[in-house]
Design a protein around this ligand. Sequence first.
Ligand code: ASP
Length: 365
Amino acid sequence: MTLSRRDFLGAGAAAAATAVVSGKAGAGLVEVVDRSLARKSAASRPVVVASANGIRGVARAYDMITRENADTLDAAIAGVNIQELDPEDQSVGLGGLPNAEGVVQLDASCMHGPTKRAGGVACIEDIATPSLVAKAVMDYTDHVLLVGAGAKKFALQMGFKEQNLLTEESRQDWLRWRACLNGNDAWLDHTDPVVIKFHTGTINMIALNAAGDVSTVTTTSGLSWKLPGRVGDSPLIGAGQYCDNLVGGAGTTGRGEAVMKTCASFLTVEHMRQGMAPEQACLKTLERIVAMTEARLLDERGRPRFDVDFYAVSKDGRFGSASIYSGSRFAVADASGARHVESAYLYPRAERPRTPRPACVNQAR
Ligand code: ASP
């Protein structure tokens, strides 16, 4: 630990501010989708990989690593701060979709490969950058995970600023969802297998530098309309993200309940440890997720009624991503610039079972 608490506050705030200002104009940003499969690309370092919404973030993180010699975790967190502070990204931080009571509760975790440390926060309210609070838990406490009121109290003690995270757009979406509710319904009362329509979205980022040091971070507002107190996979080490500096890193977005039951980011890193390429490791993990899915969430062909996306980077600089259903893409920044790449998949999206919609005209988008 080299930073004092005061230094930390300055550094964290500055990093977040820089990320917002420079994110849109990241060097080498290419707005095209690379249709070549990631597995065909040669290993190269440094490389930064993220969920698709991290396209500005990977450019920023790559710049920090290559031009400023930044630490991989500092770079990855600066990358995700762009989405956390963007009110238009309703999957994370400021503007994230709220829980069933209209309260924005955020989850985040991070892991620093070179020093084998990790930190996380769950159900934290009123703090826009939970990824930085997760790093503060890692840097300034003897713990790995703080939740709820304790996490917020810690953040305030560390100098983070409290703010209302519920934007008018997200509040309107919540009101539309609430208008569809029948107060007598129990949580699993439905005639069709699944009629609860959640909105998912999250940002995961994995950064690898030229020396082969890797770090990972995941941050989210979780499933929209979740039960207050619900914790997803994102703040859990080994679920929402994981890295091992000897092997590489992995992270995920999508239905957290499925990821938590399979310790899926840890599993993906273990698959790479056994010699699988990143994309193959992601696919293997998704197969396990499908195999571990309860019957109520499977269609008649045994396919899940939800999606999960996985991202992975191996220590030698190969990268890959896969989803249960086709059509996903992810963000990459390396010597060829920042771009979107199509993810591998288990099943064609056309074969994805349709989630029946409640008969309510006010269904949120
Ligand atoms: N994994 C997140 C969660 O379950 C949601 C998402 O990635 O969309 O909280």
